[in-house]
Design a protein around this ligand. Structure first.
Ligand code: GTP
Ligand code: PEP
Length: 216
């Protein structure tokens, strides 16, 4: 049986406000360029994933919107309610495919095959249940997936892995290091670089006068 194809919702904050914990991580690189590169490399991998039929970027940022449209994604502005979970809900309401996943836009090492593996895993197991992929530290969430007809009901934010589990979603714990490697800090960026960065982020790291600090 062929794998159903997914709609993936990717929210991206206004670049001036995004990724504040990463500010100054790459010396000589404007912060907004780094925030944009992280999102562009994430989107590139999502768009290259064969399991994905539709990519919907939710953003109020004009540069992000232009980059997303140019790469082949659809774009929606943030809805009437503020914040990350409202952006996920707004995006999910705008999708057309049956299976819906929400994915954070800070995964610059993401490999399409690992995303495909996680989406396939999300379709197996108990029917009608949401699934989530915890981030590398285990406390956060990088991906939340819902079957057709089941609301995404996102609970992203601090301790979101616990919040998603408490809301009835089941964790997926496959071997997907590039999917689980979200980048919030300079140490995370160094860890992502060890996995292999997408081209936009890699170019900025190479151009930096002081490269990403090591995680050690
Ligand atoms: N559209 C939209 N995206 C958001 C919003 N808040 C966060 N995001 C995105 O959600 C993803 C995960 O959020 P965080 O890891 O907390 O990123 P962040 O808020 O940019 O980072 P910090 O400032 O360091 O907390 C990132 O891709 C953000 O760009 C929001 O209000 N609207
Ligand atoms: C948004 C999240 O966290 P962070 O900002 O730590 O990536 C999350 O893990 O739900």
């Amino acid at each position: 049986m062929s794998q159903p194809r997914w709609a993936v919702v990717v929210p991206v904050k206004h670049l001036a406000a995004a990724k504040s914990r990463l500010r100054g991580a790459l010396s000589g690189v404007p912060h907004e360029e780094l925030a944009l590169a992280l999102a562009a490399d994430t989107l590139r991998a999502v768009l290259a994933c064969p399991a994905v039929a539709e990519v919907l970027v939710v953003t109020d940022d004009a540069r992000v919107a232009a980059a997303a449209l140019g790469a082949g994604a659809r774009v929606l502005p943030d809805g009437p309610d503020a914040g990350l979970n409202a952006a996920f809900r707004h995006g999910a309401a705008g999708t057309t495919a049956g299976w819906v996943a929400g994915l954070t836009a800070d995964l610059p090492a993401l490999r399409p095959a690992e995303l495909a593996g996680a989406l396939l895993a999300a379709q197996n197991g108990r029917e009608g249940v949401r699934r989530f992929v915890p981030d590398a530290p285990g406390s956060g969430t990088v991906l939340l997936a819902a079957p057709p007809g089941v609301p995404l009901d996102p609970r992203f934010g601090v301790s979101s892995a616990l919040a998603h589990a408490a809301s009835g979603a089941l964790p997926l714990t496959g071997d997907w290091p590039s999917l689980r490697r979200d980048v919030d800090t300079a140490a995370d960026l160094a860890a992502a670089a060890r996995l292999g960065l997408g081209p936009r982020t890699a170019a900025l790291v190479a151009a930096a006068s002081r490269p990403a600090r090591s995680a050690g």
